[in-house]
Design a protein. Structure first.
Length: 460
């Protein structure tokens, strides 16, 4: 991604960002998120953009906004050009990119789901396009025992094997275990950080992953900012907004960031279905989330199962006068502000899980069956997977089922259209170490869940 800032992003940074460089202290004049939101609405109503505040008629435009922001305060912020240039030099030297809500490359999921509450500016390091892939969010407590850490790691490995992006907060404990599981198995991950992006971008353990475009780190807060409880709580909704489904591995009861984020998702936003690890007796946090509408994570979930789950996610349907939740086969709402007015909170009373007669998993397998039967001649497992562009684990499962059904015959390897043999004889050729693979079907499972309504009257 280009490190060049657009004029709109420059203006937004000057108005809202602390522009920390070394030991610098943030300006006391910075616009709060709510203040910038009102300013953005006003500029939109005037058919103007933030960049116009840096143009030739900036003075008159600043005066037109005087009913919202004190003109002198705004001028002081807009005159921080030198401070901005120092900060940009520092970010570029650390391969940190910056994008604003006014830019076309801003993640659609954040803008579509959070609307005016989407962060005005995002800082990041790594492959920006991963932010558009959706995926599985895995979160949990910082202090977790080995059993729960192993569960999180297994979830990360399953996501990697399924070609699904792992989304998490990068915090110690469950978050890191899940991300390490995915990245260690050749998958991809998004780390949504609440602080210290600059330090994370320079960390030795992240260097190769960032260069290999398998990891992207993103934050709504200045790259040099330290830990802040408010930021840690606020970033939870960004994790959910970037995902297709969420798995809570562990949570305290009525306290902590994991609890707050999960409860907010179930009670207010409802961006994605929320799953919990099957709780043991006495795990009050997970039990309370289940009562609120969270779903139990399916046991023995395989690659095909996870792909189907994300393509056709189950969501809670509430009866007996409870709040409207999710159900199988219903379209997920991307704009919680319009679809779920936050007047009076309601309590989930009864949750039922419903599947349509034909699930997305069955439809997906039928498509594979049709393609397989159209292959020119009998094939073996390796040729089947290569011909359809499948990962090894997924090809093995589907190939076995197709052979058992009689839809395929396990005979000679297939000669592929590019005239490459399906298997190479490596008897006389030394084996070269394999690089971590990039999933061929990355993002396919989640693409079906990214349909979003047109974003009318977007705020810059």
């Amino acid at each position: 991604m280009s490190h060049t800032l657009t004029p709109n992003t420059q203006a937004i940074l000057l108005l809202t960002a602390p522009l920390l460089a070394g030991r610098g202290t943030p300006s006391q004049d910075l616009l709060k998120p709510s203040e910038y939101r009102r300013l953005a609405i006003h500029l939109r109503d005037l058919t103007r953009q933030p960049s116009d505040l840096l143009g030739g008629d900036a003075s008159s435009l600043v005066q037109e906004c005087s009913g919202l922001i004190d003109p002198e305060r705004m001028r002081r912020l807009l005159e921080r050009g030198f401070q901005l240039s120092l900060a940009v030099d520092r970010w570029q030297s650390r391969n940190i990119w910056v994008i604003s809500r006014a830019d076309t490359g801003y993640p659609r999921r954040l803008k579509g789901r959070l609307r005016e509450d989407a962060p005005a500016v995002l800082y990041g390091c790594g492959q920006h396009s991963i932010l558009e892939q959706g995926g599985l969010a895995v979160v949990g407590s910082r202090d977790a025992d080995p059993e729960r850490l192993d569960f999180a790691g297994q979830a990360g490995r399953l996501a990697a094997d399924s070609g699904v992006v792992l989304v998490s907060g990068g915090a110690r404990g469950i978050d890191q275990a899940a991300m390490n599981g995915a990245l260690g198995d050749g998958g991809r991950a998004i780390g949504v950080l609440a602080d210290s992006l600059e330090r994370a971008a320079l960390a030795r353990e992240h260097r190769d992953l960032l260069m290999d475009e398998r990891l992207v780190l993103v934050s709504a807060y200045d790259p040099s900012a330290g830990f802040n409880v408010g930021h840690a709580m606020e970033r939870n909704k960004f994790i959910y907004a970037l995902a297709d489904a969420a798995l809570i591995v562990s949570s305290d009861y009525k306290k902590g960031g994991t609890w707050a984020g999960a409860w907010e998702q179930l009670d207010k936003f409802r961006f994605v279905p929320v799953y919990i690890r099957p709780p043991r007796k006495g795990e009050k946090g997970l039990e309370a989330l289940r009562e609120k509408g969270a779903l139990l994570w399916p046991e023995a979930l395989d690659v095909t199962g996870l792909s189907g789950l994300l393509a056709d996610p189950p969501v809670a349907r509430v009866q007996d006068g409870g709040a409207v939740g999710f159900s199988f086969g219903e379209e997920l709402t991307t704009d919680s502000h319009e679809s779920h007015p936050s007047a009076t909170p309601t309590v989930l009373n009864k949750v039922e899980t419903i599947r349509p007669q034909t699930s997305a998993r069955e439809v997906l397998f039928q498509t594979v069956r049709d393609l397989a039967t159209g292959l020119p001649g009998p094939v073996d497992e390796a040729s089947f997977g290569e011909a359809l562009g499948l990962m090894k684990v997924q090809a093995k499962a589907w190939y076995k089922q197709l052979v058992e059904e009689g839809a395929l015959k396990n005979l000679e390897p297939l000669s592929l259209p590019n005239n490459k043999p399906a298997e190479k004889n490596q008897t006389d050729t030394p084996t070269k170490p394999k690089k971590p693979r990039k999933a061929k079907n990355a993002g396919k499972a989640s693409e079906s869940n990214t349909d979003q309504p047109p974003l009318l009257e977007e705020l810059p």
